[in-house]
Design a protein around this ligand. Structure first.
Ligand code: 4NP
Length: 171
């Protein structure tokens, strides 16, 4: 059961092997550094299920490890219908993921779904898909995800310290 003053966040990309596992791991690390790990529930998923059960892409594992974050235990999964009602915040890595999520989610869940950079930083900016690109694409993705994760942690800390009842799904 979820405590009253908790927020759950689901990071979503296409395959759940490159970007969203990085976001899950980096944001969990940021939250832990701030001593908030009991308040924020974090997971990731993909809009597609091709990589279901697979570990993150080795290039994501490597860039995370360079910054002291271990994401090797994660396993890919596809977004489920239940995710649309069980997570307070569903954060898409790019606008294609955002469109797919909005199409698949029911009316009541639309307000939970946002572009990650938009929600965290107010920027209409995709976290670009690095899958077919060069290795340094993963470094770019890591930096973007770290910046947005730091801003997201600050934003959620404000929500969590607001009077009870305000940490709702319409954040
Ligand atoms: P992700 O990257 O959405 O960041 O996990 C991708 C992973 C796999 C594929 C595309 C993007 N793919 O085409 O298999």
């Amino acid at each position: 059961m979820r405590l009253q003053n908790q927020i759950s966040v689901l990071f979503v990309c296409l395959g759940n092997i490159c970007r969203s596992p990085l976001a899950e791991g980096v944001f969990r690390d940021v939250v832990k550094q701030r001593g908030r790990e009991d308040r924020i529930i974090i997971d990731s998923a993909g809009t597609g299920g091709w990589h279901q059960g697979a570990p993150p892409d080795p290039r994501s594992v490597a860039v995370a490890a360079r910054y002291g974050v271990d994401i090797s235990d994660q396993r890919a999964r596809k977004v489920t219908n239940r995710d649309y009602t069980s997570f307070d915040l569903i954060l898409a890595m790019d606008r294609s993921n955002l469109d797919d999520l909005r199409r698949a989610a029911g009316h009541a869940s639309q307000e939970r779904i946002h572009l990650f950079n938009q929600y965290a930083l107010g920027l209409t900016r995709d976290v670009p898909d690095p899958y077919y690109g060069e290795v340094d694409g993963f470094e770019v993705v890591y930096r973007m995800i770290f910046e947005a994760s730091d801003a997201l942690a600050t934003k959620l800390a404000e929500r969590l310290s607001a009077p009870s009842g305000q940490a709702s799904s319409t954040m």
